[in-house]
Write a protein that binds this ligand. Structure first.
Ligand SMILES: NC(=O)c1ccc[n+]([C@@H]2O[C@H](COP(=O)([O-])OP(=O)(O)OC[C@H]3O[C@@H](n4cnc5c(N)ncnc54)[C@H](OP(=O)(O)O)[C@@H]3O)[C@@H](O)[C@H]2O)c1
Length: 421
């Protein structure tokens, strides 16, 4: 087979960039034999050239122009953050280069500008690495399922929080689980974006665009993090047959609006999202014709992310003028009713099960299960745990109006197994 070289301009040489360098070094021969395309790293942008790293120093530069230049066939962005990543992707497209990015923040925030430019310049725009790293969800939704009408998806899209919740299921406190996630390199020194669901909301916005051709701004997706979930919550819901996972869900409604949310949910044990362990991700997509499809695998790390980037590079090299996706901006639709798990901490006299059953029945909410336990930290307080039948989101405001302190209440959605067909 004749062979063509693909010269890569790499922006960034951190966890992901280094993964790309290693993958090219390891697999270039095999890729060339299989595809006729031989990837080669031409130049790498870093902030600090004098930092010791296991990369040929001649490849490193701190001048962006060295990377986004004529001797490069595809520009790969693995810088992270908003700027200069967005400007450099723009410049690469303006110069007629196909681009590939792992940067979900830039894509979710600037898809309008970047995808429109890619379309106008007729340059490929690859972003497989932005969601679920090495698990080929973007490619599958964009191409393999292009003929289907995708109705909804749900999944676990953040490996850090999933690792933390799995450790807490085994008895660790939140703080202990976070320390272990950091020790293993799954959590950054500031884990806010992961544990508060920001990272998952960015991925949800990107998946909406990919699956529905329409998206909503990530900051308009209702979002809750996992920091209020306790080891005791996980143990209690397990006795009732559930796990807790940070779930991204989105559904395209009949009027073209999108109902999306990110938050911890109770998932029946045995369901795919409950079975996903540690740093793995899972995405369940519901297609009108294909039914349910499940994608699962390692959703972070240099190796899997580099694999996704490099496969986008090969696609872009084979078809540099492949059409960029088009996403319209949709309206967010209000959340529908859902069964809820409520955990309320209150003074012992207020914690009688009969009283809470009456309060909730008075609000029109049926209760499936209730348990009251003494608070280990304060003997005068009790923790009331309830599982309700489907009810509206406003239940939280109505319970707070009863004088329950906001931070002593959590209300988690319980997965509804019935989906649209
Ligand atoms: N890590 C993962 O598992 C993962 C998975 C999927 C997607 N992603 C995405 O991939 C992107 C990169 O993540 P990462 O974990 O590889 O980040 P990282 O380890 O922090 O690496 C960032 C790299 O970009 C360089 N850089 C940053 N700002 C720069 C600037 N202004 N000028 C020049 N160079 C600059 C840094 O240079 P220095 O080395 O000189 O500091 C570093 O080499 C992010 O968008 C992230 O969301 C990461």
């Amino acid at each position: 087979m004749s062979e063509r070289e693909v010269r890569i301009g790499l922006l960034g040489c951190g966890t992901v960039g280094r993964g790309v360098v290693e993958l090219v070094a390891r697999n270039a021969d095999a890729i060339a034999a299989r595809t006729g395309l031989r990837p080669r790293i031409e130049k790498i942008l870093v902030r600090n050239r004098s930092q010791p790293r296991d990369v040929d120093p001649a490849l490193l530069t701190d001048r962006p122009g060295d990377v986004v230049r004529n001797g490069v066939d595809v520009v790969v962005e693995a810088l992270g953050g908003d700027e200069p990543a967005c400007s450099l992707l723009t410049e690469a497209l303006e110069r007629g280069k196909p681009v590939v990015t792992a940067n979900k923040l830039v894509l979710a925030s600037h898809h309008d500008r970047l995808l429109t430019l890619a379309d106008r310049r007729r340059r490929a725009f690859g972003y497989e690495a932005c969601v679920c790293a090495g698990v080929p969800v973007v490619r599958s939704l964009r191409h393999a399922l292009a003929a289907d009408r995708l109705m909804s998806f749900e999944g676990v899209l953040n490996g850090t929080t999933n690792f933390i919740l799995c450790r807490m299921e085994e008895g660790d406190s939140y703080a202990e689980a976070l320390i272990e996630a950091r020790r293993r390199g799954f959590a950054e020194s500031d884990p806010t974006n992961d544990v508060e669901g920001v990272d998952t909301a960015l991925k949800t916005a990107i998946l909406c665009g990919t699956a529905f051709g329409a998206t909503i701004p990530p900051d308009r997706i209702p979002r809750k993090g996992v920091t209020k979930v306790t080891t005791a919550d996980l143990a209690a819901v397990r006795r009732w047959g559930y796990a807790i996972r940070l779930i991204a869900r989105a559904e395209l409604d009949d009027s073209g609006d999108i109902r999306a949310s990110v938050g911890p949910e109770l998932i029946p044990l045995g369901a795919p999202a409950a079975r996903v362990r540690d740093e793995e991700n899972v995405l369940i997509v519901h297609g009108q014709s294909s039914g349910d499809l499940i994608f699962q695998g390692r959703g972070a790390g240099g190796g899997p992310t580099a694999s996704a980037l490099l496969s986008d590079v090969l696609d872009a090299a084979a078809r540099p003028d492949a059409p960029a996706p088009r996403w319209r901006t949709a309206n967010p639709a209000p959340a529908g009713p859902a069964a809820r798990y409520l955990r309320i901490t209150c003074a012992a006299p207020r914690a009688q099960p009969r009283r809470w059953l009456e309060e909730l029945t008075g609000m029109g909410v049926d209760v499936r299960r209730i348990e009251v336990v003494r608070c280990p930290q304060n003997g005068r307080q009790r923790t009331v745990r309830l599982l309700t039948e489907p009810c509206a989101d406003e239940i939280v405001d109505r319970i707070t109006a009863l004088g329950v302190a906001d931070d002593s209440l959590i209300a988690l959605r319980v997965q509804n197994p019935v989906r649209k067909s």
